[in-house]
Design a protein around this ligand. Sequence first.
Ligand SMILES: *Cc1c(COP(=O)(O)O)cnc(C)c1O
Ligand code: SF4
Length: 334
Amino acid sequence: MIHQANLSVESQWQKELKQSYTKPKDLLNYLNLPVADFEKDFEARKLFNMRVPRYFASLMEKGNPNDPLFLQVMPQIQEFIEKAGYEADPLKEHDSEMPGLLHKYKSRVLIMFRTGCAVNCRYCFRREFPYADNAVNKEKLTQVLDYISQNKQINEVILSGGDPLMANDQAIAWFVEQCESISHLKRLRIHTRLPVVMPSRVTKELIDSLQQSRLKAIVVLHINHHKEISEQLILACSKLNNAGITLFNQAVLLKNINDTVHTQVLLAERLFDSGILPYYLHLLDKVTGVTHFNLTEAESKKIYEGMLAELPGFLVPKLVREVGGESSKTPVLP
Ligand SMILES: *Cc1c(COP(=O)(O)O)cnc(C)c1O
Ligand code: SF4
């Protein structure tokens, strides 16, 4: 009998996932930050669990409570602030046509391929999402595939989440194969933050299944700050690029994190150096609990105008906001 050892072996990234920080105290101790100063913030975990991979924490500056990566993931007492205009479902997507599937735009469908993430970003618009009702199992995916087969105007499938790369490589390979047999599909897109918080997620198996597919593969990363781009991430990106996979980035404008022209220019430059093109710069989605991350529209436009003045056209992302019920992302023009 052949010994099928590799079926039960956990990948490196799955091991790393389990070692993530889930207690603020542990992260604070690692960063040499005084736990007592932050105790008031711990309660915000009730609203949204804390989850920070150790690798991502290693990119943070020790002893700096204003580190832009730390601020994205550390629970804060301000998350309890309720304010008019901030709601549980700003994008009106909690009731979708089919659980796990959003078909807002004619030519492309978005599938919530996996509900969890490797990191919990405090500003996330999906923090209130009723994932339990939308979790996709193989049976639901089969229904989703049926839906795509019957809708010939769809040429692109977008895997989103949560984070679709929380799925293991076999599950992704299976799904890619299913999509290949639908003749009107041309592209497969993956929206993910996982490689950014854990570059070990970019496995050979993952690259192989994307490279071998007849579908053109696109990976849209989510990087908000140039400090998130490490040598390890650059290496992972070059493997993806060498396999013919197109890399884009989407970022969210966040107060005190990336809200200067200078930071945005550094991000765009470092993205390009890493083989990634800036795609979208999102205004914050107004989900309950994120008031402290918000910039006004006027402030956002001012930053964007500075970017237009400093960057070559191909390094300027599209400034957009999502409006519930609209048929495309809504451009915000300076
Ligand atoms: C953003 C989004 C897409 C993709 O839109 P692009 O403009 O092609 O990047 C597709 N479906 C949904 C529901 C989305 O929110
Ligand atoms: S990785 Fe994306 S979906 Fe997950 S918490 Fe962060 S912003 Fe939200």
